[in-house]
Design a protein around this ligand. Structure first.
Ligand SMILES: Cc1cc2nc3c(=O)[nH]c(=O)nc-3n(C[C@H](O)[C@H](O)[C@H](O)COP(=O)(O)OP(=O)(O)OC[C@H]3O[C@@H](n4cnc5c(N)ncnc54)[C@H](O)[C@@H]3O)c2cc1C
Length: 488
């Protein structure tokens, strides 16, 4: 395997396949492909290749395999675990030019999309036929369908439609040696052996390069009602979330923002949430990001309030159903705001959708994305700030996430917006595993959580993963530093 100086003969060969405009080797042109969205993971590459279709992707992979050049596939580069960038000099295969949306198959409610189609374009394309893609997330303008399958992306509608894997009814991919495997008929029942779509979903670019995906689509649910609910405690929010899941058939999203994250996003938006209180001083528990000074509150005393965004969506107005369910939560909810028209709903959603951006504007966080069993969720939310501060007393934990799925994003900023101590990650992920949770709910393992895989996966499972990797990529050229230890 070679990450040394790229042979000029290889560059000529690649140029012959994709054209000179799509083989980048000038550092000024490649730098943007070498740093991730969080700015935490940055490397370098001598080579970015941008194929335009499946045949070009196959020819490029065949040439790279012959030259033993390792490669990182890249879509929108919105991944949050350091899996989409070349950290040790790999070539980058940018898939964004594979951006063709084929006509929607309205009879089957399916569509075949190029790997480089953005989620926003996929939504717009499906909507023109009265259908929708079952996955949605805040990075929709950049995240690509190929990257979303490769990470098995989740997002805000998992409780209704499942994650990306559940949307895939067909897949086309290029293997490490340039072989094309294609199974795009989209038959709902098709038990003819291994399901390559399921295998590639969540494989993080380590088993094949996804070139086209056939997605199951869902009827559009145009009528929406959105509620922002404020709670005194995480336990109340968790109880309410369970009741809403049971009681609202049209429930479409159920998101949470906890005290410190709500304070930060409110500051970022220059406003305060319409319901609930951030306390007498909204910044009481925030370390001063300019000086790195510590907070007044003792560890564990500032777990504070919680907010839920509950959205119902249906063919007919779901506001009565949502309103009645919210009324039944009177013992738990401190205050509630309900919005029906798009602008008012968007104002409520802003407190959730802008959290990631607000944190990114404040510094370079460590992003931990975990799932807990429902019975341990509130305990985790209350306990994790202590776990963080026991490891790095100046670190600031910011909690939010997809509460309807038991999924909490634990973002941790260090003093002055710097990164917190590395040990924080291990401490939080061990705590998650102790409580029976998953160390990666939806962002994947990438390079960021490689050393913690053993917390969730047995030696036997990891050996089976490595056997699959060796079978499909014997030389270990595909994203060699993500998800699994490099092939020996
Ligand atoms: C503001 C913001 C909000 C987010 N919200 C969510 C959320 O709610 N839920 C969620 O799950 N994620 C979320 N993410 C993370 C991210 O958007 C997802 O992981 C997304 O699926 C990545 O898609 P991408 O096209 O940007 O992939 P990239 O970041 O380019 O790549 C991600 C991984 O997929 C591999 N890959 C990319 N394309 C291909 C391909 N064609 N074939 C094979 N492998 C490939 C890469 O090698 C890498 O390992 C969010 C990110 C941001 C910035």
């Amino acid at each position: 395997m070679s990450t040394g100086v790229i042979d000029p003969g290889l560059i000529d060969e690649l140029t012959g396949i994709v054209g000179a405009a799509h083989v980048l080797h000038d550092p000024e042109m490649t730098v943007g492909y070498s740093i991730d969205w969080t700015r935490r993971f940055a490397g370098a590459t001598q080579l970015v290749i941008r194929p335009g279709d499946t045949a070009e992707t196959a020819a490029v992979m065949s040439a790279l395999a012959a030259a033993q050049v390792p490669v990182v596939p890249q879509g929108g580069n919105t991944g949050l675990v350091g899996g989409s960038v070349p950290l040790v000099g790999e070539a980058v295969l940018s898939m964004r030019r594979l951006n063709i949306c084929e006509p929607v198959d309205e009879l089957a409610s399916q569509v075949t999309l190029g790997a480089g189609v953005t989620l926003a374009d996929a939504h717009a394309h499906a909507a023109a036929s009265g259908l929708s893609v079952g996955v949605d997330l805040a990075a929709r303008d950049s995240a690509t369908i190929g990257g979303m399958v490769a990470t098995n992306a989740g997002g805000i509608n998992v409780l209704r439609y499942g994650a990306m894997r559940a949307q895939v009814v067909g897949i086309e991919a290029v293997l490490a040696d340039g072989t094309v495997v294609s199974h795009l008929a989209g038959l709902e029942k098709d038990n003819t052996g291994y399901d390559l779509g399921s295998l590639l979903a969540g494989s993080e670019g380590t088993l094949g390069i996804i070139t086209r995906v056939r997605l199951r689509l869902h009827p559009t649910q145009p009528e929406r009602a959105t509620a922002l609910l404020a709670f005194e405690t995480a336990a109340d929010a968790v109880s309410a979330a369970a009741a809403l899941r049971r009681g609202v058939a049209s429930l479409h999203a159920l998101e949470a923002v906890f005290e410190e994250a709500m304070a930060l996003v409110s500051e970022h938006l220059g406003t305060t949430p319409p319901v609930g209180s951030l306390g007498s001083d909204p910044h009481r528990s925030l370390p001063d990001r300019r000086t790195g000074g510590t907070s007044d509150s003792a560890p564990g005393e500032d777990g504070g309030g919680a907010w839920l965004i509950a959205e119902a969506a249906a063919r007919t107005d779901p506001s009565d159903e949502l309103g009645a369910a919210v009324e039944e939560l009177a013992d738990l909810v401190v205050d509630a705001a309900v919005a029906l028209d798009p602008a008012a709903r968007q104002r409520l959603w802003a407190f959730r959708e802008n959290v990631t951006e607000a944190i990114s504007a404040a510094g370079i966080p460590h992003k931990l994305d975990v799932t807990l069993p429902a019975a341990r969720l509130a305990e985790f939310v209350d306990g994790v700030p202590d776990v963080v501060r026991a490891t790095d007393p100046d670190a600031q934990p910011l909690l939010f996430g997809h509460l309807g799925d038991g999924n909490v994003h634990v973002n941790v900023l260090g003093p002055g917006g710097a990164e917190p101590a590395d040990e924080v990650d291990d401490a939080v992920l061990r705590y998650v595993a102790e409580l029976g949770g998953s160390i990666s709910a939806e962002h994947g393992i990438g390079t960021a959580k490689l050393s913690q895989m053993h917390l969730n996966r047995s030696e036997a499972e990891l050996a089976a993963f490595s056997a699959i990797k060796r079978a499909l990529d014997p030389a270990g050229l595909l994203n060699p530093n993500a998800l699994l230890p490099p092939v020996a």
